[in-house]
Design a protein around this ligand. Structure first.
Ligand SMILES: CC(C)(COP(=O)(O)OP(=O)(O)OC[C@H]1O[C@@H](n2cnc3c(N)ncnc32)[C@H](O)[C@@H]1OP(=O)(O)O)[C@@H](O)C(=O)NCCC(=O)NCCS
Length: 147
């Protein structure tokens, strides 16, 4: 069974590789500089959040990156930005274990709510989140890129 723990600096290359694989799997071209920057924010505690890895022996097989967002309406919100299990290790409980640890960390941070987005075509992820107790919020997200 995978061991879930906070990422440490020696995990950085593996974390960035898995996040890039995640973006590719979503049909998004990975931007290595941006991934590196986002991972560094967490590794150096520049923003409150959680960066977890799932280890099997010496290999990192999963990653979860979430950031804290204060909301006047919702309170302390933890937003899951990246969540990925290596395809060779899926359906063995790694995703569930990563999410369970993330929720434990969230409770320790007195988080009120955990949010995440799923692309409509990602039915597997939707099934996974529903299976572990997440529900659709009913809100529609609007975005505008500034770069
Ligand atoms: C979604 C993902 C994280 C699931 O990880 P995983 O390690 O395979 O999940 P688990 O083995 O812990 O599964 C937990 C439960 O969800 C179910 N589940 C997982 N993936 C599923 C899928 N694609 N379709 C239907 N159910 C699924 C499992 O059957 C299991 O149910 P059970 O406890 O009744 O057996 C993984 O498929 C993944 O990394 N996908 C690509 C990235 C992604 O979509 N991330 C989420 C974006 S928000």
């Amino acid at each position: 069974m995978a061991l879930i723990e906070r990422a440490n600096p020696t995990d950085r290359a593996d974390v960035e590789r898995l996040i890039a694989a995640y973006h590719t799997s979503e049909g998004v071209k990975p931007k290595p500089e941006r991934i590196s920057w986002a991972v560094e924010q967490q590794m150096k505690n520049r923003f409150p959040g959680v960066l977890l890895v799932a280890r099997e022996k010496t290999k990192i097989v999963g990653v979860a990156l979430a950031v804290y967002a204060p909301s006047a309406e919702l309170g302390r919100v933890l937003v899951i930005q990246d969540f990925f299990v290596d395809p060779s290790t899926r359906l063995k409980g790694v995703g569930r274990a990563l999410a369970a640890r993330l929720l434990d960390e969230a409770k320790a941070m007195r988080i009120d709510r955990v949010d995440l987005e799923v692309f409509p075509k990602n039915e597997g992820a939707a099934a996974f989140w529903k299976k572990i107790g997440f529900r659709m919020s009913g809100r529609t997200m609007f975005s505008r890129d500034l770069l």
